[in-house]
Design a protein around this ligand. Structure first.
Ligand SMILES: Nc1ncnc2c1ncn2[C@@H]1O[C@H](COP(=O)(O)OP(=O)(O)OP(=O)(O)O)[C@@H](O)[C@H]1O
Ligand SMILES: [Mg+2]
Length: 238
């Protein structure tokens, strides 16, 4: 059995005491990619922010890399190997790609770094300012900045937002490779179920703040196709 890098038990999360997610339990093992799916407003981002210590949990427990994390500051979780890429990417537009990666890794990242090998389209952009890159290019930089930190737990919020499917497939391929190669455990928040399932081992579908479906990717995929969970990521049924 591989080690669990994230264990979430009966989590209740929300804002100013108003519950947004309830009774959410799941885990992520090292080397495993888990997709957290669900329609707009289902509570995906709230779950990530709570796990990351950016929103205080109302109830339940979170363990990151085997240690209770519920009320720990994000900075401490980050030192323990948790990296989160927020849905707004969290980049500084004035920095070049090279400087963004150097800041993330705290040392110079070479163009032949294995992370750059996974995302080779970064090379021609190396000296460009992040603000001048396209949305897909920026997302690639945000992912690379996360990967050069060699996270043990990587959490990604809506990488595919506004991007063409082939770009997303490339980004998710890099994520999958890191999980397979380095044993990174990944929690992948996505609104687009089909794209996310392609790179995942297991999936959890949130609906109205509760787990509506969970299982291995084939199981969740076919149940979603069959209309269970009333959600497919591209459309929300009435
Ligand atoms: N800072 C906040 N204060 C109060 N309510 C919030 C806050 N952020 C989110 N919410 C509410 O929590 C609920 C869940 O939002 P959340 O952002 O977690 O959903 P999501 O699944 O990530 O949706 P999306 O796919 O649109 O990103 C929504 O009803 C939202 O309005
Ligand atoms: Mg969200």
């Amino acid at each position: 059995m591989s080690e669990k890098v994230l264990e979430v038990d009966s989590l209740v999360g929300g804002y100013r005491g108003v519950e947004v997610v309830r009774d959410v339990s799941f885990s992520v093992a090292e080397g495993e990619v888990v997709a957290l799916l669900g329609p707009n407003g289902a509570g995906k981002t709230t779950t990530l922010l709570t796990v990351a210590g950016l929103v205080r949990p109302i109830g339940g427990s979170v363990r990151v890399l085997g240690r209770a994390a519920g009320k720990e500051p994000t900075s401490r979780l980050a030192r323990r190997g948790m990296v989160m890429v927020p849905d707004d990417r969290g980049l500084f537009g004035e920095l070049s790609v090279a400087d963004t990666l150097r800041l993330a890794q705290r040392s110079r990242v070479r163009k032949n770094d294995d992370v750059v090998d996974l995302l080779p389209a970064l090379r021609p952009l190396w000296r460009r300012r992040v603000a001048l890159l396209s949305g897909g290019e920026q997302q690639m930089v945000a992912l690379a900045a996360a990967l050069v930190r060699r996270p043990r737990l990587l959490m990604l919020d809506e990488m595919s937002l506004g991007l063409a499917p082939q770009i997303v497939t490339g980004l998710l391929g890099a994520v999958r490779s890191m999980a397979d190669r380095d044993g990174t455990g990944v929690l992948l928040v996505e609104q687009h179920a089909r794209v996310a399932l392609g790179a995942s081992d297991r999936a959890i579908v949130l609906r109205h703040g509760e787990i509506a479906l969970e299982g291995d990717r084939h199981d969740v995929g076919s149940r979603l196709e069959a209309g269970e969970g009333s959600y497919l990521g591209d459309a929300v049924s009435p």
